[in-house]
Design a protein around this ligand. Sequence first.
Ligand code: ZN
Length: 203
Amino acid sequence: MFLENPISGTKKRGWIEVVSGSMFSGKTEELIRRMKRAKIAQQRVEIFKPKIDKRYSEMRVVSHDANSIHSTPVAKSIDILALSENIEVVGIDEAQFFDNQLVDVCNELANKGVRVIVAGLDMDFQGKPFGSMPALFAIAEYVTKVHAICMRCGNLAHHSHRLSADDNLVVVGEKEIYEPLCRDCYHEAINESEKEESLTTLR
Ligand code: ZN
């Protein structure tokens, strides 16, 4: 497969890959896997993530199975350009939390010959496309959707169902706050909580 053999010819070619899915779908693990392989191939790699994600440690991209790799937190997507001079493979984690300029930043890097691998949530907890992810899907050469397992029925999960009542979109996920659900179970869960809500207002 092309993505597994990314070095071809003498001309430096850039492109964009997107790895996306719900919470616990393994998208960060897949990003790390690709970055580690690039490193083994003697390429200069760097992972960036938004400063907003304070889970675990500042300087490492940490996936849920504790398979981690060094990363650089940045405040704005434009900062990635200045920090990735001489980098051959740029990884971007939690891309849904970056500002909208990330789309231009990824294009600029790829146009310069950089391989860009972007990982992020495709949908927020309401099932709506998240941040710049839809635009990144559109401009990427390669899009990979990864799936968690539905916590209720065991099918492939498509949604991140939020179990807490906080309305802030920037609640970064933990098992206690989100559960991955398939399309059917997600809509069942939404209906259940709507019923509960109408019951409490009736009381
Ligand atoms: Zn299900």
